[in-house]
Design a protein around this ligand. Sequence first.
Ligand code: TRP
Length: 453
Amino acid sequence: MPAGPSPASRGEFSSRLGFVFAATGSAVGLGNIWGFPTNAASNGGAAFLLVYLVLAFCLAYPALMAELIIGRHSRSNIVSALGSLPATSGGRRFGAAAGTVAVITSSAILGFYALVAGWVLSHLGAESARLAGWQTSASWLSQGSIARDLGCALVFSLLTVAVVSGGVKAGIERWSERIMPALVILLMVLIGYVLLQPGASAGLRLYLVPDLSRALHPQLILSALGQAFFSLSLGVGTMLIYGSYLPRTVNLPTTGALVTLVDVAIAFLAGLLILPAMFVAQQQGVEIHRDGLLIAGPDLIFQVLPALFAAMGSAGSLLGLAFFALLTMAALTSSISMLEVPTAWLAESTPLSRRGAAWLAGTVIFILTAAIVLWFDPLFGWVVRAATEVSEPLMGIVLCLFAGWAIHRDTLLAELRRGDWMVENTWFWKIWPPYVRFVCPLLIAAVFVNSLR
Ligand code: TRP
């Protein structure tokens, strides 16, 4: 058993609930709120939801458990964790190298995420300025420029560093606990308001009426799996480091299942907001299709929906304010989980304090963000693809293999028994070990190979 620093010196969540807020905060992000709904809309509506649910629980959940178990067992960052588990020195070198790739990947994801979150923040500012009657500021904030992108990404990055440098309890847990309930309430209020507007039912129908002919298409299954992995923040050590701050007495299988359930539920709810909102926008004369397909991705969030808010007068400004506040909150609880990966690694393997580590990692990552702003066309798509389509699935495989093969079965059982002394009799213990050894790695490999085509 690796001798790490005591929990008190490296930080620990105060309770199971504190962890659930932080982990669902990480999982629920920009990906859920616009990725999932538009994916569902263009892939058979409720049929996609069904496939997504099955995959989230049958594949993403076991992989999440792999990260949580490695994290809580080794009580350290991903580089030291993977670098100490294998029995052979070659295995440990491979583990440390893979851990380093994960740290770099997490930083790269934050590199582009901070830019996108900066766009969200700029629209939040624009809607506020519009309400206050400051038209010039509103139009500067809502139109893309290098100065605006750099400025807003900087503000967002500073917020992220400020939270992470506060530590596990006073930073990450405290802010996730404040933000997540507010996010759920805001989401409900927005759904209620949008569903009452003319046109909403067409969006609802598109989302909720299953088109089963599309649901079993192999392409769709693979894209739903990719969505599930990204949405649960898997493959870069985020869930591993959060797991390392879990008190020993927490029951891991049920806690992980709860996080998966909340993530899926919020993705589902986001669909009840975004798709009806698009059809409400259409009623107001906003174009929502391009080349015969529903507009998705950044254009949906930064063009279609703002056009809807503008068409609705001052009620629209309030709606816009609430909507971009929702996205900002979702983005912040995710970005802190990405920054925690390099921060924990620096704080545990160099003499830097946590505060120093957070600022150093934040500064290096902001330089990457600035480079992406300045050389957007060549860099943005490349960084997104390299991090999310290559590095994440490959690291997902590595993490499953480590949990399945590098931790001895007795050690695993002992780790799980701490939170549930009857775990040996549960279906989880009967199914999960072979699953994470064989099924998960093979299926992630299938997604990966598919993404190369
Ligand atoms: N899960 C978040 C979302 O849906 C994004 C996210 C946070 C993430 N941490 C991550 C994605 C780590 C991949 C890896 O938006």
